[in-house]
Design a binder for this molecule. Structure first.
Ligand code: BTN
Length: 330
């Protein structure tokens, strides 16, 4: 068919890599030779890369790299990624129902620890307690990480705290915004939520098969991208910063921070994070009400212990809380 381009994606990826790392414009002849392409086919592959929003400057039969799109594709995520394990296998989608559901299927197929699933959009993004996680296309980070820790299942809840700390670190490093960790699963900017974590465990006879850690970050959402009922309670990094944030760089930073903290957590729980937990805890010192199953408890937050439990001073003494939904009273 006239006008039809035949593109080999791995070839396009290799061409992109060569052009990207080159310090100077790369001659077409060199690229054709390297990939055994005709000049027409090289042209088609470059046009394909331009369609994928890569900015390439073509002059005098040479091509030069200018910029990459802020898309959560495996190529972009892995380019410049400094981790050893996290994200080394990456399954990226334009749209999925839920990255956590997809990751659970992959986990059953025995993919290695550190495999991640990302999507530009989720059509059935899930939050905690059966809630919906709104996941509009191209604005947020929707990520699931597959972990296979050798520790027992009762240590899995600490992973949510750890993930929250890594998120706070990455947001602070990338934007200088004073993000805080709200026990047990949220990240706050001021009094509004900008990220949430959904940790799902698969275990049998006291042994973890896999943990899926799902992370949703409101990155470049404008106010109109949130449903009406969330507009006063949720925010995005862009709203707080008044400029767009690179999702790819934020994700890379998060994966690196998570990898370091996860290694430490496997050695000694949350002990080495005590200072950070104190400094970065949104709830520390606040009066709260906590719904834990059918119980409703009120008290003042005294900290988070080394297993991730909330230390609550109640009228009847100190309580250590493993899970629950917190409402701040003052
Ligand atoms: C919460 O705050 O309630 C947790 C939100 C977790 C949302 C993320 S987005 C990626 C992953 N896939 C999902 O379906 N949910 C998590």
């Amino acid at each position: 068919m006239p006008g039809t381009r035949i593109i080999d994606i791995p070839t396009a990826d290799r061409l992109l890599h060569v052009i990207r790392i080159s310090k100077q414009p790369v001659p077409f002849v060199e690229l054709c030779k390297r990939e055994k392409l005709s000049p027409e086919s090289l042209h088609d592959h470059l046009a394909y890369l331009a369609d994928c929003e890569y900015k390439l400057v073509i002059r005098k039969e040479r091509v030069e790299f200018r910029s990459a799109p802020d898309l959560l594709t495996a190529i972009e995520i892995q380019h410049g990624l400094k981790t050893k394990v996290m994200g080394r296998q990456c399954h990226s989608f334009a749209s999925v129902k839920s990255t956590n559901d997809h990751a659970a299927q992959l986990a059953d197929q025995n993919v290695p620890e550190g495999t991640i699933v990302t999507a530009e959009q989720q059509t059935k993004g899930r939050g905690r307690l059966g809630r919906v996680w709104h996941s509009p296309a191209g604005l947020g980070i929707y990520l699931s990480m597959i972990l296979r820790p050798s520790f027992p299942p009762d240590r899995a809840p600490g992973l949510s705290i750890l993930t929250g700390l890594a998120l706070v670190d990455a947001i602070r490093a990338q934007t200088s915004l004073p993000a805080m960790l709200k026990w047990p699963n949220d990240v706050y900017l001021g009094d509004r939520k900008c990220a949430g974590i959904l940790t799902e465990l698969s275990a049998e006879r006291g042994k973890i098969h896999s943990v899926i850690v799902g992370v949703g970050i409101n990155v470049n959402h404008g106010v109109g991208h949130f449903p009406e009922e969330l507009r006063t309670r949720a925010t995005s990094l862009r709203r707080a910063l008044k400029r767009k944030v690179s999702r790819v760089e934020l994700l890379q930073q998060f994966l690196l921070s998570f990898e370091k903290k996860y290694a430490q957590y496997q050695k000694d729980d949350l002990k080495s994070f005590a200072t950070q937990l104190k400094k970065l805890s949104y709830l520390l010192g606040r009066e709260i009400e906590l719904q834990s199953g059918v119980r409703r408890i009120g008290g003042r937050v005294n900290g988070i212990d080394s297993t991730g439990r909330l230390i609550l001073e109640t009228p009847s003494g100190i309580e250590l809380i493993s899970a629950g939904e917190v409402t701040v009273v003052k």
